[in-house]
Design a protein around this ligand. Structure first.
Ligand SMILES: O=CCCC(=O)O
Length: 454
């Protein structure tokens, strides 16, 4: 795919970029390694100073960067601004806590002294997606730099301006040269970067296919990976749920980022005694959403990020309907050249249908009616994915019990799944492995070293 900015709202090619040559990439890797040899010896205080300055830049210029996000991938400007502000939170969180998270841990053994030290690994490659082009990169960047690592970003080909903007923000914040650089390369060039001896680890957020390829290559090179892949989160509505709140949140959770979020609710598993009531509210709320120009304040969702993504979603819906899914809210695309896709709700979604088995990365909700809590848990777990999920019940203890039985990296009771700097983020099954955010995230790319003194 060419590296270019295409405005998904209009289809206009706004700017094209010349990819870095392999020689340029090698120079950047060498420069990253040189930067690492100095950066690893800086204090947490010094790193935190730059990180906090970076947070200020993100907060003060949230609209400027938000506009780049909206231009490149089509999310409403207000959501893009919120995304940039969330990055500032992650910067401040790790600026405040990294020293504690990575402090030596004394351990009682028969030695005179034994401890676990956490030391940076070196150059880490981050392969990031277009859906939250700032947030996904920052949740790597903030802990990685605070730990004393340096970063190389290979961003999705449709968000080069976002990638370059982040490099610029790091520079403006005063970080030393080359601690964070963007590589303008295609996915074919990634293997050579992973192979490079200076590159010590890889983190990828993206598709299952991309994750498998990167993990395979990194495995050959014996390099650590963290993979944050797809999700098909269950949204379980039990008979004692607050249905108004559940239906309102169901829409928010399906439509977050225009439906293009790995942790968006995708499978709505509803107990039969309240299914019709829930569905009616869900449908009404979904129908009320407004679309249009991403830069307009009054819209709720913009276009999908690319026309081919809208085409793929359309095909998944078509195949599901051919196999018996019932359309209870009709939507989809108005013309074949458009990336706009109106929300849809499908009912009677059954095993074997794309809406049941695959991730639907756009505004299509799959509804499954079940007889009780036990069947809801069974259906929720009948998925290749295991990223997040939600359960709705007014009995919090029951919610907690159900949450423990659903096989995912995160469960939310009476709330939509969302990431926050304090809580670990990541999945199980085909949703990947490893964790981002929290103290667990910063410990992924460090040498957890045992030191024994007699
Ligand atoms: O697409 C997945 C990440 C979404 C988020 O962290 O809010």
């Amino acid at each position: 795919m060419p590296i270019e900015t295409v405005n998904p709202a209009t289809g206009e090619v706004v700017k094209t970029f010349t990819p870095h040559t392999s020689e340029e990439v090698n120079q950047k890797i060498e420069a990253a390694e040189e930067a690492f040899q100095r950066w690893r010896h800086t204090s947490f205080e010094e790193r935190a100073t730059y990180m906090n300055r970076q947070a200020e830049i993100l907060e003060n210029e949230a609209e400027t960067y938000g506009r780049i996000i909206s231009l490149e991938m089509g999310k409403p400007l207000k959501e893009a601004i919120a995304e940039v502000r969330k990055c500032a939170l992650a910067c401040r969180y790790y600026a405040d806590n990294a020293a504690d998270f990575l402090a030596d841990e004394e351990v009682e053994t028969k030695a005179d002294r034994s401890l676990i030290a956490f030391e940076p690994l070196g150059v880490v490659l981050a392969i990031m997606p277009w859906n939250f082009p700032f947030w996904q990169a920052y949740r790597f960047l903030a802990p990685a730099l605070m730990a004393g690592n340096v970063g190389l970003l290979k961003h999705a080909s449709n968000v080069p301006q976002c990638a370059l903007a982040m490099e610029e923000i790091v520079r403006k914040a005063g970080f030393p040269d080359n601690v964070f650089q963007t590589l303008l390369i295609g996915s074919k060039e990634v293997n050579a970067v992973i192979e490079h001896p200076h590159v010590k680890a890889v983190t990828l957020t993206g598709s299952e296919g991309a994750g498998a390829k990167v993990a395979e290559k990194a495995g050959q090179e014996i390099k650590k990976t963290v993979l944050e892949l797809g999700g098909s989160d269950a949204f379980i509505v039990l008979e004692d749920a607050d249905l108004d709140k559940a239906a309102e949140t169901a829409v928010k959770s399906r439509m977050v980022n225009g439906g293009q979020s790995c942790i968006a609710a995708k499978r709505f598993i509803v107990v039969e005694s309240i299914a019709e009531q829930f569905l009616q509210k869900f449908r009404e709320n979904m129908q009320a959403l407004k679309t249009g120009d991403p830069l307009k304040d009054e819209i709720d969702y913009g276009p999908l990020a690319r026309v081919d993504l809208a085409e793929d979603l359309e095909k998944q819906v078509k195949r599901s309907v051919e196999q018996g899914a019932e359309v209870v809210l009709d939507g989809g695309r108005e013309n074949k050249d458009s990336a706009y896709f109106k929300p849809m709700i499908l009912k009677n979604v059954k095993p074997g249908m794309p809406a049941y088995e695959e991730e639907m990365f756009g505004p299509v909700a799959a509804v499954m009616v079940v007889k009780d809590e036990a069947e809801a848990i069974q259906v929720a777990n009948d998925s290749r994915f295991g990223l997040g999920g939600a359960v709705w019940t007014q009995d919090k203890e029951r919610g907690l019990r159900v949450a423990r039985k659903v096989e995912t990296g995160a469960m939310f009771v009476n709330a939509m799944v969302a990431s926050s700097p304090e809580m670990p983020f990541g999945g199980i099954k085909k949703s990947g492995y490893g964790r981002e955010l929290s103290y667990l995230g910063i410990r992924e790319f460090v040498n957890q070293k045992s030191i024994w003194v007699e």
